[in-house]
Write a protein that binds this ligand. Structure first.
Ligand SMILES: Cc1cc2nc3c(=O)[nH]c(=O)nc-3n(C[C@H](O)[C@H](O)[C@H](O)COP(=O)(O)OP(=O)(O)OC[C@H]3O[C@@H](n4cnc5c(N)ncnc54)[C@H](O)[C@@H]3O)c2cc1C
Length: 187
C-alpha cells in the first residue's frame, strides 16, 4: 500500500510527487507520457530563463526519483475505492493500491470518471472537462484529489506545478494530522 499515488507526471503530477516523496511518503507515479507540456517552449517559468517542454518534464521525473518516488511508465485504465484506499489498474496489467490518489491527468479526466469523480465544464481555453474540486484539491471521492489542468487551474506550467505542490502539501498534512511545511535552509 502506497501512501500517495499520483497519476500523471507533467508539471502538476511531478511537482506533487516531489513534495510527497521528499516528505517521506511512499509514492508511486503512473504516467502515460501523453501530456501537452512536451509540446511547449517556456520563457515565463519563474527562475528559469528559458527551457523546452521535454527537458522540463525530464527534469521533473529525475527530481521525483531523486526523493524516492517510484516512476511507472504506464496508463491507468481503471480505478476503484477499496478498503483503506484506492486501487489502480494499468494497461500493462499491474495493480497499485494507495491511501490517497492525486489525479494530475492534464486534458483527460477519463480515469477519474471511472472512479466516480464528479466533473464539470472547464473554463480555460481548450479545456473541455475538469474535475470538480474544492479549494484544497479534494474531489467528491474520499482520498481522491486532483491538481493542475485537470483541476481547472490556468493552463500555464508554473501554475500547474504550483497547484500540484499545493495539493500534495494538503494530502501530506492530512496523513500527518498537522500542517506540513517543506523548508530547506541555505547552507
Ligand atoms: C504548444 C503549447 C505551448 C505552451 N506554451 C506554454 C508557455 O509558453 N508557458 C506556459 O506557462 N505554459 C505553456 N503551455 C501550457 C503548459 O504546458 C501546461 O499548462 C502545463 O504544462 C500542463 O501541465 P499538467 O501537469 O496539468 O498537464 P500535462 O503536462 O498534460 O500532464 C498530464 C500527464 O498526465 C498523464 N495522464 C493522463 N491520463 C493518464 C492516465 N490515465 N494514466 C497515466 N497517465 C495519464 C499524461 O500522459 C501526461 O503525462 C503550452 C502548452 C502547449 C500545448
Amino acid at each position: 500500500m502506497y501512501d500517495i499515488a499520483v497519476i500523471g507526471a507533467g508539471p502538476a503530477g511531478a511537482s506533487a510527487a516531489i513534495f510527497a516523496a521528499k516528505a517521506g511518503k511512499k509514492t508511486v507515479v503512473i504516467d502515460s507520457d501523453k501530456g501537452v507540456t512536451k509540446r511547449a517552449w517556456f520563457e515565463n517559468y519563474y527562475g528559469i530563463l528559458e527551457i523546452d517542454g521535454p527537458t522540463l518534464v525530464e527534469r521533473g521525473i529525475e527530481q521525483l526519483k531523486k526523493f524516492g518516488a517510484e516512476y511507472v511508465r504506464d496508463e491507468a485504465v481503471n480505478a476503484r475505492a477499496v478498503d483503506g484506499g484506492i486501487e489502480i489498474e494499468t494497461a500493462g496489467g499491474s495493480t497499485y493500491r494507495a491511501k490517497h490518489v492525486i489525479l494530475a491527468t492534464g486534458f483527460s479526466v477519463e480515469i477519474g470518471e471511472k472512479l466516480g469523480v464528479k466533473t464539470k465544464d472547464g473554463t480555460e481555453p481548450r479545456v473541455k472537462t475538469i474535475y470538480d474540486v474544492d479549494a484544497a484539491g479534494r474531489t467528491n471521492i474520499p482520498g481522491v484529489w486532483a491538481a493542475g489542468t485537470a483541476a481547472g487551474v490556468s493552463v500555464h506550467g508554473v501554475i500547474t506545478a504550483g497547484d500540484g505542490a499545493k495539493v500534495a502539501i494538503n494530502v501530506i498534512s492530512e496523513l500527518n494530522g498537522s500542517r506540513y511545511v517543506d523548508h530547506d535552509v541555505k547552507k
